[in-house]
Each structure stands twice: as C-alpha cells, then as structure tokens.
Design a protein around this ligand. Structure first.
Ligand code: GLU
Length: 399
C-alpha cells in the first residue's frame, strides 16, 4: 500500500460531488436516475455571459493572467460588493480563484495552523471541515438544533469559544439547511465575535437565493468585524456558472496576499476566459438572477408540500434560502429493504438511489446523520417525478 501524506490518507471525497458522480455513472450505464444531489442550477448560463466568453476567445485572451485575477474583474467584484452588500474593498483586498472552494481553501490554509480551532456551526456544507483539517487545524462543530431553525444561538457560540479558537465559518443562506440569518441574529452574534477577536469567514454563495427579502451582511451590520473578516462568494449559483469555476474572497490585504502566494504556487490564475465572462455576469443586467430565484421559490413550494406528505420524512422548517431541503428521516431508521436496514441519513440516501433511482446526499458528512439533503435546482417535472418515486419506494420499507 502506498504511504500517503497523513492528512490526505484520512481525506474522504466530497460527499456532494461523490453523489453527483455516482448518479452520472448510473445514467451513463443507461439507468434513469433523477439527480437531486449536487447544488447545481439546471439553468444554462445566460447568453450575455456566454457571448462575453466567445468574444474573449476570439480576441485571443488565452494567456496567463495576474494570479489573483485580472484588474477589470476585481473592479467588477468591488462594484458587486458595494451594490449587493454595501461593502467597500480595494483591489488588493480581493483574490479570484477557481471557484469559491479554492478561495476558501487558500484563505483557510493562509490563516490557520496546527493547534488552532475553527468553529463550524452544523449542519454545515461538507467541505468546510475538510478544508480546516487539511490546513492542520481542528474543526470545532457546534450543533444548531432543528427546533431552533438550525440557527447558531449566541449561547452556543459563546460556550464554543475556547483559548485555541481562532476562526468561525458562517454561511447564510445555509447549505444544507436553507437557514437565513436575519439582522437581529447577526447583531447578537456580532457582539460575541467582536469580543472574541476571531477570524470571521462569511460564505455568501447563496445570497441571491433568499425567499424573505435581501440577506443582510454581517460586516455591513458590524463594520468593526471587517478587520478580521473574510467574504467568500462565487458566480456558480447566482449566474448558473458552476462549471466555469470562478469564485472570490475579499478581506484584509495581508491575508489576501498570503492566499495569492499560495495560489501562485499551487495553481496560478483562474481560467482567463471565465474571468472575462465573470465581468459581464457581475456588471451586466441582473434580471436573470431574480428570475432564477423566483423559479427556485416555486420549486421550493412543490418540495415542501410533497416532502411533508411522505411517511417518515419530517420538515419542520421551511427553508428560507438556497435551493436545498433537509428533511429529518430518523423515523425511517430500523426499517429495511432487500435485507438492508436504514440506520442513518447516508443509508436512507443509498436506499433512495437503489429503490427510487433518486440521488440525494446523506446528512452524515454535513454532521447531521438524521437528515438527507435534496437539491431542488432541477425542473418542476423532475421534482414531481422524483417525489412520486420516493413515495413508492418508501411504501416498500418493512419492519
Ligand atoms: N456546493 C455544492 C453542493 O453542496 C456543489 C458541490 C460541492 O462542491 O460541494 O452540492
């Protein structure tokens, strides 16, 4: 057996991408799987953005760019941060990466070390803890209860902060729960965060998919957090650009400089054509962003209604942002199919794939083993068909 790097040897593949890959494999083998797994809008990238890419290709913009992104894109990101979040950043405080994931990994590696703890309120997106642990730091999970809408309470935050805590990852709207932090919640958390002097990371990738009005920004509400605050965002969900791989981070120049040095050694600039397309995405007309969010809202209604009728699926909280439903499926535990017992969210996801040919993501790697995640970034017809299949499959479960 090859002796691998200690941290890589222990690394699991991303559960969201693994589910997506499995569904794609089955489809390639001719099996009709409905994918409600990875968070990927089914819409095509808007034409104006594709036109900008075609033009960039025709103009031969095919060479290396500045490692941390071309100046015109950083200007567009500055405009976006001002327009959408009322935040002012200078070009030297911004890094563009191959997706938000790379921006996050860069910053986490730049900031945290062995012995450091980073608070991750859970349920949380599967890759936050992996990134923290790859940097050698410790992910400190703080469970947010379903009964409280999966919100991190000030009390839970306070008691999680210890002498080695150096950072926290916040994500609103949340992947996987759809929870949105409103101004009142954020103000309470801000007081504690200021006092604790932590690095506060705000993953905003679902900001435009919010069903109860605009999502307030923590650093706008409490500008003093900006000194140790990092904003992360992506074009993937907002502009249906998952495959283009453009995301960014904004924060203090020293941290962004360190993240850029890391990127210069590990990969280099993000794709040049995608960067130019991103300028058009951020600065052109924003109508399609609203249109897509409205469609997600309509789909959410279908998902909530159908899920709540399936025996064993509980959805006490209606998701108020992002495009995920995160039902509690623990009532199914103990039931069996084909001699296999359901024991946790992952086993329920496996059952749904086997018996309903619907691909979801089990909750285990979100630190929520009583749940499964369903992405509703897919068409209404497919959603309806998926729930028909799930209902039928659940009927086959036996004691
Ligand atoms: N963030 C999306 C998800 O949670 C895309 C896949 C990934 O990178 O995790 O499904």
């Amino acid at each position: 057996m090859v002796k691998l790097n200690r941290r890589i040897a222990a690394l699991k593949p991303s559960a969201t991408l693994a589910a997506d890959a499995r569904a794609k494999e089955l489809r390639a083998a001719g099996i009709d799987v409905i994918a409600l797994d990875a968070g990927e809008p089914d819409f095509d990238t808007p034409e104006r953005i594709k036109d900008a890419a075609r033009k960039a290709l025709a103009e031969g913009r095919t060479k290396y760019t500045a490692v941390s992104g071309i100046p015109e894109l950083k200007d567009a990101i500055r405009v976006k941060l001002k327009r959408d979040n009322q935040l002012d950043y200078a070009a030297g405080e911004i890094i563009v990466s191959a997706g938000c994931k790379q921006a996050e990994a860069n910053v986490i590696n730049a900031l945290f070390d062995e012995g450091d703890e980073v608070i991750i309120p859970t349920p949380a997106w599967v890759s936050f803890s992996a990134m923290v642990e790859l940097a050698g730091a410790k992910a400190k999970f703080v469970t947010c209860s379903e009964g409280n809408g999966f919100l991190l309470t000030p009390e839970a935050l306070k008691s999680a902060i210890g002498p080695n805590t150096r950072g926290i990852m916040l994500n609103s709207p949340s992947n996987p729960t759809g929870t949105v932090y409103h101004a009142g919640h954020l103000a309470e958390l801000a007081k504690i965060l200021l006092e604790a002097d932590l690095w506060v990371m705000s993953d905003d990738v679902y900001e435009h998919i919010s069903y109860d009005g605009p999502v307030p920004h923590l650093f706008h509400l409490e500008p003093r957090l900006r000194g140790k605050g990092i904003v992360f965002n992506s074009l993937s969900k907002t502009y249906a650009m998952t495959g283009w791989r453009i995301g960014f981070a904004a924060g203090p120049a020293e941290v962004i400089g360190a993240a850029s040095r890391l990127q210069s050694q590990n990969s280099g600039n993000p794709n040049s054509i995608a960067q130019i397309a991103a300028i058009e995405a951020l600065t052109g007309p924003q109508d399609e962003v609203k249109r897509m969010a409205e469609e997600f809202r309509a789909r959410r209604e279908i998902v909530v209604e159908r899920l709540r009728k399936i025996p064993g699926f509980k959805l006490p909280n209606v998701p108020s942002g992002a495009f995920y439903a995160f039902p509690n499926v623990s009532e199914l535990f103990g039931l069996s199919y084909n001699g296999r017992k359901l024991t946790d969210g992952d086993s329920v996801a496996a059952f749904l794939l086997d018996e309903a040919k619907v691909s979801t993501v089990g909750g285990n790697d979100f630190d929520a083993p009583n749940h499964i995640r369903l992405s509703y970034a897919t068409s209404r017809d497919k959603l309806t068909a998926a729930f028909d299949r799930i209902e039928q499959a659940v009927r086959k479960l036996r004691n």
